[in-house]
Design a protein around this ligand. Sequence first.
Ligand code: BTN
Length: 268
Amino acid sequence: MTTRKAKTWAGLSAAELRDRWNREDVHLYGAVDSTNDLARELADGGAPAGTVVLAREQKGGRGRAGRSWHSPAGGLYLSMVFRPGRVENPELLPLLAGLGIVRELERRFEGLRPGLKWPNDLMAEDRKVGGILSEAVWGDEGIRHLVIGAGVNVAPLKSGAPRGLRSRASSLEAVLERDVPLEEVADAVIAGLEAFVPRAPERLDAALLSLADRYDWLRDRRVGVTPLDGGDSVAGTCVGIAPDGALLFRPDRGALRRLTRVSVEAES
Ligand code: BTN
C-alpha cells in the first residue's frame, strides 16, 4: 500500500511529540501495513536508536508466530528502533520489553492491574490488551538493529472485530471504564521499552526476577504449550520464569521443563 506520512497523531504534531519524548526521530503515519516494517526500513537506512514510528491504524499488523494483529483506529501501534550491539542473551529481550511496559502501565494508569503472559502479552482482567513483536537483524558484530513493536488496544473493541478476539481480548478503556488518551499510553510504552532493553543483562537479577514474579500472569495456571516449530500441545502448569527468561513448566507427566520457543494457551 502507499504509505503517507501524517501531520499529526492523536492530535499532536511530530514536533510536539519529539519534545514530549525528548528525541529527534518520531515518524507519524495514517494507515500503514505494519509499523515494524517501516521501522525496519528506517533502521536499515541508518535511523538512530530511539527512533519511534507511530500509525493511526495498520492494515497488515503482524503478531508473534506469524499471526496477524487486528489494528483498527483507536489502538496504539508503535515501533521503536534499538541498536544494542552484542547481547549475551537475546531471548531475554522480549521479556524485558514486556516487563518494562507492564510496570509503566501500572504506574501511570491508576486502577490498572496489568499482568504479563510470558513472554510478552499484556494482560488486564484476564484478557489480552496488548502484544509485543521483537525483530532483530543480525550483523558480524551482533545485533545490527532491533525493532520492537507494541500494539495496545486502547479504545473498546468494535463489533466488527474477529469473533475469537472478542472473547479473549479487551482494551484499556473497557477495563478502566474511562477515556484513555493514546499519547499517555505511548508515554508508558516508550518509557517501558527504554527501561531495560538498551542495557539488557544476560540474566534477570534479583530485582528483575521479582518484577517477573509480580507480573507473571501464567504462574500456577493450567496451560497447553505448543512448540513454535510445530508439534503436539502438552498439558501442564506454569510455575514461574527462570533467570535466563525461560518459562518454567511442570507437565502433567514428567519432570519440570525450561521452555523457550513455545506458544502457551491458558485453559479456560
Ligand atoms: C502479539 O501479541 O502477537 C504481538 C503483537 C504486536 C503488534 C504490534 S502493533 C505495532 C507493531 N507492528 C506490527 O505489525 N506488529 C507490532
